[in-house]
Ligand binder design. Structure first.
Ligand code: HSE
Length: 408
């Protein structure tokens, strides 16, 4: 019998408890051993559930029960999760988590502790909800030098942008709906300000390029200043706006990494990834582009990935999974050296001055919309070096200027 303990009975935790209760027999058959959810740690009380008898409030009961071989951490955040996970690994218990903040901030340290104590630390659910991406990156695509990883890694913001694009819904109403569906973080600022996507690209970049990437190293911008006007202009340029997290191999063993909204041409497959769905594109030197797609948030999709990790741990109690990377390095993350393009929205009370400066700086540009009613010009720059484009933009005679990365 393999006993499992669950830390946290929130959105994901309750999904894990439901699967492990309802499918106990079939899960046991799949791994050819009995597997049982023995404890659920939560400070709240949950009566009238088929597994209400499993709730405890004292973490030490789990830590000191040697029959518990696998611990699932779905509390979220760093405290007390980090201390709990560290203590379990130090006791030789394998840990499964969906906690992207924990992996992005403490992954290097926790994997090291897991290895030293002959335990596994698995986190498939930390990126892309139900989408298998950690294993493909570390197993199926291992023969490749990864050149780039990018994608839509936050379900809440993709859901909000989609509601704004399709239903012309305002930002706040769309966020409220995402919260009601259980997609958003406890503090939705981490979704809409890009922090959640940042943590996820840090995990993917650490795995893909071999050194820990910390969230503080990654330039991050969310979707809070995206307006229905930007969405309408993007549409005129045959594009949609998505929150994209990306990491790319750069010369000299460096990488670039960034999270920001981006205009995506409607012909690109990723432009059709809507609602709570996520997509991750991995570009390898041999495999070329591969896209992974599925539900990126929500109770059951995320629980599906967590329980699969539990089963993998159960099958490999005496074998180590080879998820690891080296420690972080200063100056490892640089600005991309590749040419970029921007969508730009420039406004000025003195529209004629704006128009003249635009036409002299961006002569011959084809993708532009002159909006004399609103005293603004929206355009897509040609490809150029980011600093050169920025200095041209600084010479525009305007009162306000918004730039968004034009990715594909
Ligand atoms: N808040 C996250 C999202 C949950 O919306 O993607 C899944 O990590």
């Amino acid at each position: 019998m393999i006993n499992v303990a669950l830390l946290g009975h929130g959105v994901v935790g309750s999904g894990v408890a439901e699967i492990m209760t309802k499918s106990k027999e079939s899960l046991s058959q799949k791994i050819k051993q009995d597997i049982e959810l023995k404890y659920i740690l939560d400070l709240r009380s949950f009566d009238n559930l088929p597994y209400s008898n499993k709730f405890i409030k004292d973490f030490n009961i789990i830590l000191n029960d040697d029959s518990v071989k696998i611990v699932v951490e779905v509390i979220g955040g760093l405290h007390p999760s980090f201390d709990f996970v560290k203590a379990c690994l130090e006791k030789g218990k394998s840990v499964v988590t969906s906690n992207k903040e924990l992996v992005a901030e403490k992954g290097y340290e926790l994997i090291k502790i897991a290895n030293e104590n002959n335990a596994n630390f698995l986190f498939e659910a930390s990126v892309g909800g139900a989408i298998p991406i950690i294993r493909p990156l570390t197993q199926c695509l291992l023969a490749n030098e990864i050149e780039e990883v990018y994608g839509i890694l936050n379900g809440t913001t993709n859901y909000i942008l989609n509601k704004m694009i399709v239903d012309k819904m305002d930002f706040d109403s769309a966020l409220k709906l995402a919260q009601e569906n259980g997609y958003a973080e406890r503090n939705p600022a981490s979704d809409i300000e890009g922090t959640d996507a940042c943590r996820k690209i840090c995990i993917l970049a650490s795995l893909a390029f071999g050194k820990h990437v910390y969230p503080a190293q990654v330039k991050t911008k969310g979707i809070t200043d995206i307006t229905l006007d930007d969405i309408a202009y993007a549409d005129k340029f045959n594009s949609v706006i998505k929150l994209i997290a990306r990491a790319k191999r750069e010369p000299g063993g460096k990488i670039s990494a960034e999270v920001s909204p981006a205009l995506i041409d409607k012909s690109a497959i990723i432009s059709n990834v809507d609602g709570v769905f996520n997509a991750v594109v991995v570009k390898g030197d041999s495999c070329d582009d591969i896209m992974f797609y599925g539900r990126g948030a929500g109770k059951m999709p995320t629980a599906s990935a967590v329980v699969a990790d539990v089963l993998d741990c159960a099958k490999h109690l005496d074998a180590r999974k080879y998820l690891s990377w080296d420690d972080a390095e200063d100056n490892y993350i640089i600005e991309t050296t590749k040419p970029v393009r921007f969508y730009v929205l420039a406004k000025a009370k003195d529209y004629e001055a704006l128009k003249q400066s635009f036409e002299s700086e961006f002569k011959g540009i084809s993708s532009c919309v002159y909006n004399t009613d609103k005293n603004e010009i929206a355009f897509i720059t040609d490809f150029g070096k980011a600093d050169e484009l920025n200095s041209k933009l600084s010479r525009l005679k305007c009162d306000s200027l918004k730039t968004i990365y034009k990715m594909i």
